[in-house]
Design a protein around this ligand. Structure first.
Ligand SMILES: [Zn+2]
Length: 146
């Protein structure tokens, strides 16, 4: 599947290595601060965005969220990409936002606020990227015409 994958997938570094390792098992994890609050942050950083300390741990995400905004890409930025595909900001129920892809529904059928759950796009090196698919059929999946 080449709908935008692989994009410029960065190599794991000291900060992001645990996150990438979890993707090999199709687990979505989020960084959490062990000092200041039970909140989460994404993408992984060296320091807590709230208190600036480096006492960070990881928690599993439910992998559920809603579509915050999205763009249907009709013109491929590179010749090896198949269009159309959907780039989206998904807000997880944990509160963080992921820049991701939407799949599993005709691109023009997506709506802001749609409920989604995580799925995985495997990369060639054993890692995977989280993408999101409809969590439940919604009314506009069955609309006739427009
Ligand atoms: Zn903190």
């Amino acid at each position: 599947m080449t709908d935008g994958f692989p994009p410029e997938v960065p190599a794991p570094d000291e900060v992001t290595a645990p996150w990438w390792e979890a993707t090999r098992e199709h687990r979505l994890i989020l960084q959490t601060c062990t000092r200041c609050s039970p909140g989460t942050q994404h993408p992984p950083r060296a320091l807590c965005v709230r208190c600036g300390r480096g006492d960070l741990g990881w928690v599993g995400s439910e992998g559920l969220g809603t579509v915050d905004s999205f763009t249907v890409v009709h013109r491929a930025p590179r010749p090896d990409l198949t269009v159309p595909y959907v780039i989206a900001r998904v807000r997880l129920i944990e509160g963080v936002v992921l820049l991701t892809r939407l799949r599993g529904r005709e691109p023009d059928r997506w709506r802001v606020g749609d409920r989604v759950r995580v799925a995985w796009a495997d990369l060639g090196d054993g890692r995977a990227l989280p993408v999101f698919v409809p969590d439940a059929p919604s009314s506009h999946d069955t609309e006739k015409g427009s």
